[in-house]
Structures are given as structure tokens and as C-alpha cells.
Design a protein around this ligand. Structure first.
Ligand SMILES: C[S@@+](CC[C@H](N)C(=O)[O-])C[C@H]1O[C@@H](n2cnc3c(N)ncnc32)[C@H](O)[C@@H]1O
Length: 257
């Protein structure tokens, strides 16, 4: 699983990502205001869930990567909220919640780790099956534009930071994009430099990612039986438009009264 290796740099990755900073409050508030079971799919290191747990919310977290789940466990323990989390190792398409949920979230473009439309369809249908009547599914995806695709193709120095062993680390990223297939291979590499700036080691950590068009996202939700409540263009709930940075979908199992 790609995230088993990516886990080591996940904290630096999210600390330096504009969209990760932007989505935190949106999801945290959705978790704390839901009444009933809340589950986060792809809980990762618990970046969002732990913030909600600090406010008293119990969360079920699902993730395929045992290394990410262990990182989440450690961070929750340090925050003193481990007892508020139930962590399950499983796939977006095959998890079983202890009871039907009031809210299931899939934050931070993570549905895109399933790289075919069929796999995404299976996941969205499975989410529907795990919700209580009236329950909500909230997820976000990139709103991909030619300009955004071009920026993914650029090489970017993402962060410079000291490692625990005293070496300086540089984290770089670029992406190999297949615009037709709506997929990309995000390639990160981490350079370890000694005190003279000489490269000691380089580690690559690739991730497979993909995106949906808004039309595809709407069709997947409706096909699964969801009623669409909203599609926002960002995490401040601005209306969705062609130039919006994100697609933020809020869907309900059942009709909206
Ligand atoms: C971008 S991270 C998001 C983590 C967290 N939700 C956040 O916002 O910081 C994606 C997470 O989804 C998990 N993941 C990827 N594919 C998955 C799958 N098919 N089933 C379950 N988890 C998966 C990864 O292991 C990773 O922890």
C-alpha cells in the first residue's frame, strides 16, 4: 500500500498543503454537529478526526494502510483522545461500521486513490449501504482545470525541514498526468543533506491519484441513491463554479425535507 511509505512524510505534506489547512475546520465542524455515528474513510494520521475528538466527538476511522492507522493511534494517544476513536483497517469499498452512520466523510481528495470510475462507483454505493436513513455523505475532489493540471506537472520544492537525525531534508514533488484518463502519479522525493549540503540519501514515495468531473461525481451519487444537498466550490461553502478550487459534495440518504 503506497501510504505505508508515505506515512513518514504525511505530517510535512499536510502542514504545507493549502487545501489540507482549508478543509480541517469544515470537516471538524461537520463531525461535531452530526447526531449519531460519524465515520471518516481514509482517516490517515487522524489530522481531522483528532481535532473533533478533542471536542468530545467519537469517530470511527477506516483506512487501508496499517502504518497510517498506527500513526493515527500514536497521535490520538498523545492528544489523550484514543478512547474516542474506533479504528478499522479496510477498503472504502468493503468496510463494516459497528452501526449505521449519521455521517460518513471521505476528505482530502481521497476517493481519487481509487483510480477507475467502477471502483469509485462501488465505494459510493458501499458508503450508501453503511449510512442510517437520513445520514449524510460528504466528500471533496479536485476541480481540475488546465491551469491546475499544469501546476501539478511542475517540480516544486514542497518543504525544507530538519530530520530527527540532524540532517536537513528537502521534500520535492511533481506529477505525471494522464489528462485523458483523469489520473496522475504524484511523485515525491525526499533528499537528506549533510552539514555541507551534500546529498546523503534520496527516497521516492509515489502516490496514485485521480479525479472526477462534477458531472461524474453527481452521476455516481445519484446512481447510488443519494439526494444531493449541496456542491460547494470551497470549504467556506462558496457556491461551486467552473473556477472553484474544489468540489465539496454533501449528499443525503433519503429525501430532503
Ligand atoms: C490523502 S490521505 C487523507 C487522510 C485524512 N483523511 C486527512 O484528511 O488528512 C488518504 C488516506 O486514505 C487511505 N486510503 C487510500 N486508499 C484507500 C482505500 N482504497 N481504502 C481505504 N483507505 C484508503 C490512505 O491510506 C490515506 O491514509
Amino acid at each position: 500500500m503506497e501510504y505505508d511509505r508515505f506515512a513518514e512524510i504525511y505530517g510535512v505534506w499536510t502542514d504545507t498543503a493549502v487545501s489540507a489547512q482549508a478543509n480541517l475546520g469544515f470537516y471538524r465542524d461537520a463531525y461535531t454537529s452530526a447526531s449519531g455515528v460519524v465515520a471518516e474513510l481514509g482517516i490517515g494520521d487522524g489530522r481531522i478526526a483528532i481535532e473533533a475528538a478533542r471536542l468530545g466527538r467519537n469517530i470511527v476511522g477506516v483506512d487501508l494502510s496499517p502504518v497510517m492507522l498506527e500513526r493515527c493511534r500514536e497521535r490520538a494517544r498523545e492528544a489523550g483522545v484514543l478512547e474516542r476513536l474506533t479504528l478499522l483497517q479496510g477498503d472504502f469499498r468493503g468496510f463494516t461500521l459497528p452501526e449505521p452512520a449519521a455521517l460518513i466523510s471521505l476528505p482530502y481528495h481521497s476517493l481519487g486513490h481509487l483510480t477507475t470510475l467502477d471502483a469509485k462507483r462501488e465505494a459510493v454505493r458501499h458508503v450508501f449501504s453503511q449510512l442510517a436513513p437520513g445520514g449524510r455523505f460528504i466528500f471533496d475532489d479536485f476541480q481540475m482545470t488546465p491551469t491546475r493540471l499544469e501546476s501539478f506537472r511542475q517540480v516544486q520544492l514542497r518543504a525544507s525541514f530538519p530530520a530527527p537525525d540532524g540532517t536537513e531534508r528537502l521534500l520535492w514533488v511533481t506529477s505525471l498526468v494522464d489528462a485523458g484518463a483523469q489520473t496522475m502519479r504524484v511523485v515525491t522525493w525526499e533528499d537528506a543533506l549533510d552539514g555541507n549540503g551534500v546529498l546523503q540519501e534520496r527516497r521516492y514515495r509515489p502516490l496514485s491519484l485521480s479525479w472526477l468531473t462534477p458531472v461524474q461525481a453527481q452521476a455516481l451519487l445519484e446512481d447510488a441513491g443519494f439526494t444531493i444537498e449541496a456542491c460547494y466550490g470551497d470549504f467556506s461553502r462558496a457556491p461551486f463554479g467552473e473556477d472553484a478550487p474544489e468540489q465539496v459534495w454533501v449528499a443525503r440518504k433519503g429525501t430532503i425535507s
